[in-house]
Design a protein around this ligand. Structure first.
Ligand code: ADP
Length: 383
């Protein structure tokens, strides 16, 4: 207002301009999405509503005449009233604005609001007015609550599914073993038989290999479920860890005459048994998916970064088509028939689960000129 010099205007146009401004302000006052109100503080120290905007009336479901000129005591119901009066007193005492969250049962329903109140003082430092606003956060709070409830339900369902997976894969092994043992016995009895009995001998062979495959799948499922069950974080020298993996699969390495070069690896805080399973899966795959025309060559490289360690397991095998780069990390995803390469399609999903535990990432790239490069990172900040 101080920038406007009334001297330059005719009296009527100045009044007209003020009226225009008033109109704009009251339009803003009544269309703004937040509740705005003003309270006069009378001599008795009571708070009397002197002005409320349309949003106030919409939110509370009250009529203007039920509010204006009324004491807050007659408008705001308990238990909110006691809380609100306490905040008003604090704002006046501290001479500053105060904000808080409030749940109020209005006729239109219970509202959750972020309330802010600012005191206005006269020249004698006496509080004559409080200006308040309420930002309605009912929807976002209800949404957050629903989200939290859904997350809890999902966690519970996840737990139940894990338990079910564990129990099924564990308990199904027993009847499978029985089927396998008896089909073996039958096979032995039918050995050297001819005609229809020889046919039955062949069928038993199918039963035997099918049950074998089921056993591999169940073992995979069991291993998948076990990951993360009993975690123990400790500082481990990765050189020793990889050495012990190579010893465990020494038979396969010798059989395939695989050449494995391992860079010097760091010591890092990890979940040892889980990471061992990861190395085992990745190195075994690098050997299993060898190219028929090339001797197996595997390089294990490392880059030690500030917040993470990145490891690459590079092979010269058959390679993977780019379209399957993501898919292969999902459970039961295989790119080959059982008679081409044996497997359960669980190994890489286990690796993904292990890397999730280490706050890292795992992915595969094409290696040049041949083969695949499996990369993963391990966070150095695990606690
Ligand atoms: P499995 O080896 O038991 O089938 P994995 O989950 O370990 O299951 O691997 C999923 C699929 O990814 C494999 O079936 C194979 O097609 C592909 N794969 C994994 N590792 C390699 C690799 N080093 N080279 C080529 N293909 C691979």
């Amino acid at each position: 207002m101080s920038t406007i010099n009334p001297e330059g205007f005719k009296k009527e146009s100045y009044t007209q301009m003020l009226e225009e401004k008033d109109k704009i302000l009251s339009l803003i006052y009544d269309t703004v999405g937040d509740v705005i109100f003003a309270l006069n503080v009378n001599k008795a120290g009571e708070y009397i509503f002197s002005s409320v905007n349309q949003t106030f009336l919409n939110a509370t479901g009250l009529k203007r005449e039920q509010v204006i000129g009324k004491n807050v005591k007659d408008v705001i119901p308990e238990p909110s009233l006691t809380v609100v009066l306490g905040h008003y007193r604090t704002a006046i005492k501290t001479k500053s604005s105060v904000s808080w969250e409030e749940i109020t049962p209005y006729p239109t329903g219970t509202k959750i609001g972020e309330v802010r109140i600012a005191p206005v003082f006269d020249k004698n430092e006496k509080c004559k007015m409080l200006i308040g606003s309420v930002h309605d956060i009912t929807e976002s709070r209800n949404y957050a609550k629903k989200l939290e409830e859904s997350m809890e339900k999902i966690a519970q369902k996840n737990y139940e599914l894990e338990q079910m997976g564990y129990v099924t894969s564990h308990d199904l092994s027993e009847p499978l073993n029985t089927i396998q043992s008896f089909s073996m016995l039958l096979k032995e009895e039918m050995n050297n038989k001819t005609g229809d009995e020889a046919k039955a001998f062949k069928y038993l062979d199918f039963i035997f290999s099918a049950t074998n495959r089921m056993k591999t799948l169940l073992r995979g499922m069991l291993n998948y479920n076990i990951i993360g069950k009993e975690l123990e974080l400790k500082e481990v020298d990765l050189n020793l860890l990889v050495d012990s993996v190579l010893q465990d699969i020494a038979g396969t390495i010798m059989k395939e005459n695989a050449e494995i070069n391992v860079s010097t690896l760091p010591s890092i805080k990890i979940y040892e048994s889980e990471l061992k399973i990861l190395f085992q899966n990745l190195i075994s795959n690098a050997i299993k998916y060898k190219h028929p025309d090339r001797g197996v060559q595997i390089d294990i490289k490392v880059s030690n970064e500030k917040e993470k360690v990145k490891i690459e397991i590079i092979d010269n095998g058959i390679g993977i088509d780019e379209v399957y780069f993501e898919k292969i990390f999902h459970v039961f995803q295989r790119l080959h028939k059982q008679n081409e390469y044996e497997g359960s399609g669980i190994g890489l999903s286990i690796c993904k689960k292990v890397i999730d535990l280490h706050d890292g990432q795992i992915w595969v790239e094409k290696n040049t000129p041949h083969g695949s490069k499996f990369c993963f990172t391990l966070s150095k900040k695990l606690v």
